[in-house]
Design a protein around this ligand. Structure first.
Ligand code: FAD
Ligand code: EGU
Length: 451
């Protein structure tokens, strides 16, 4: 018995990671740090050489779960101090152009960070150069997989050569349309669901101002909530903004001329036109097609002791909680803890990950989908703002006991399913409190009438 344990400790695993996006390149670091032999295979070209090539800077909101993972692999400081832009609250833009702010955490001043996707990806890949036990292969597209055997076939996109690889462990981090997941789908008892929403998204850009500075206050996530559609802006390092417009595809289709576009923006996002500049707005809007948004749930995430999917490959969520990447990074943290707990015993590690992780990824998926429906107009409704005030007050009063939903999702590492459970009992408490309040009020009124 003890023999096999020591064997495992000294035996380094051959791991093949499919997908060198955010989650794949992070997982590679975690495993390389543990001393395993890691080979990373990425479909696209090497982003370290050309971080600017694919479009302009697209950014994401990084919060506590993602930061924890970056800290574990030693790049958090660099990302936070040299790159990320803190966003301390939301700046809501009303249709008339006036704004107001809702801070993220007025109690302890925690904030989220706007980080460039390509930049972050690049840093994670560069960090891996420090490990001699790690190889990177770009322009490699997974075309076939026999997961039970750990064998993979890649097509080299430049030469059309086929490359055959066998590994002790295959990690699929190849995104929402994962080829590794496709291989998993053929396994019996594999559950899968995918849901496209009626909204698509389109990215627009606000350039730096004439003074080369930000044209809007930079330390906010800017939101233009407009009922059935919404616009959101995150700051970039170069003082520009990446703006994402979410709208039903059928509404995108209705805007087919420059006049209609300007009329639409005049009506709904008037204050933003001068920031974009009319010409640029027209050019950006018509040069890209809106992209679809999909939510994918599946389970189990593994095949015996041989293969596992993580990140968007395992759980793509709609972006309305800013948690997709954060949840994918958290997968890597949890996996790392399981490697320690089970002493590199893959069968146990993968089984436990599969059995425990899905409840939390399903929970964040549901939260994000719920928010998709609610958030578009909710932030502007008085009832939402009242609830938020009550939440914040109770949080201030008893920070250990009453943690509002978005605080627990964004600023804690509490399991997502626990965040949902918390919210459910909080709703119950508030409902009962409200009923008691009304009851007492009625009693008082009756008592006054009678006296
Ligand atoms: P990906 O980033 O998709 O990477 C997958 C990689 O695998 C890619 O590099 C791809 O080239 C490669 N690949 C694919 N197929 C193959 C193959 N056959 N062979 C080899 N390689 C392959 N999350 C947040 O936390 N905060 C946010 O603010 C946020 N905003 C978002 C806004 C929008 C509009 C969208 C759509 C998403 C947002 N997300 C956000 C979610 C986030 O983008 C994803 O969760 C995250 O990118 C997932 O990382 P990943 O590495 O799993 O997948
Ligand atoms: C959507 C697209 C504001 C980046 C949800 C908040 C998002 C992001 C919110 C995108 C919203 C919505 C939260 C964060 C974040 C808010 C959050 C959404 C980043 C509930 C680049 N969302 N997003 N909620 O609270 O918890 O500010 O594309 F508009 S960050 Cl939809 Cl915290």
């Amino acid at each position: 018995m003890t023999d096999t344990v020591t064997d495992r400790k000294t035996k380094k695993l051959n791991v093949a990671i499919v997908g060198g996006g955010l989650v794949g390149s992070l997982e590679a670091l975690y495993l390389a740090k543990k001393g395993h032999r890691v080979s990373l295979y990425e479909y696209r070209e090497d982003i370290r050489k050309t971080p600017q090539v694919r479009g302009r800077s697209i950014n994401l909101a990084l919060s506590v779960r993602g930061r924890q993972a970056l800290r574990d692999v030693g790049v958090e400081d660099h990302i936070i101090n040299h790159h990320g832009i803190p966003m301390r609250g939301r700046m809501i833009h009303r249709p008339d152009g006036s704004t107001y702010e809702i801070p993220y955490d007025s109690r302890t001043n925690q904030c989220i960070y706007s980080v460039g996707r390509n930049y972050l990806n690049s840093i994670l890949l560069k960090e891996s150069e420090k490990y001699i036990n790690m190889e990177r292969h770009f322009n490699h597209k997974l075309s076939e997989a026999d997961l039970s055997k750990g064998s993979l076939t890649f097509l080299k996109t430049e030469t059309y050569e086929k490359v055959q690889v066998t590994a002790d462990l295959v990690v699929g981090a190849d995104g929402a349309f994962s080829a590794v997941r496709k291989a998993l789908m053929k396994k019996p008892l594999f559950d899968f669901s995918q849901q496209y929403i009626e909204h698509g998204y389109l990215e627009l850009f606000i350039p730096p101002g004439d003074d080369d500075g930000f044209q809007m206050p930079p330390n906010y996530l800017h939101i233009w909530p407009r009922g059935n559609f919404m616009m959101i802006a995150l700051p970039n390092q170069d003082c520009s903004w990446t703006v994402t417009l979410f709208m039903p595809f059928k509404n995108f289709a209705l805007i087919d001329t420059e006049e209609k576009l300007l009329t639409f923006f005049e009506k709904h996002f008037k204050d933003s036109i001068s920031l974009f500049g009319e010409k640029r707005l027209i050019k950006d809007f018509f040069s890209t097609k809106p992209s679809p948004l999909v939510a994918i749930k599946c389970r189990p995430y593994h095949v015996s002791d041989k293969a596992l999917i993580i990140g968007d490959a395992a759980h793509a969520v709609v972006p309305f909680y800013g948690q997709g990447m954060n949840a994918g990074f958290e997968d890597c943290t949890i996996l790392d803890q399981l490697f320690t707990k089970h002493d590199d015993d893959l069968a146990r590690i993968l089984a436990e990950f599969s059995e425990t992780r899905w409840r939390d990824t399903f929970a964040i998926s549901d939260l994000a989908m719920y928010n998709y429906i609610e958030m578009r107009d909710l932030v502007t409704r008085p009832s939402y703002r009242l609830r938020k005030k009550i939440d914040d007050f109770l949080f201030w009063l008893m920070p250990e006991l009453w943690v509002p939903l978005y605080n627990s999702v964004t600023f804690s590492t509490m399991p997502y399913s626990q965040c949902v459970k918390n919210r459910q009992w909080q709703d119950k408490v508030l409902r009962i409190a409200m009923m008691l309040f009304i009851f007492v009020l009625v009693c008082v009124v009756i008592a006054m009438k009678m006296s």
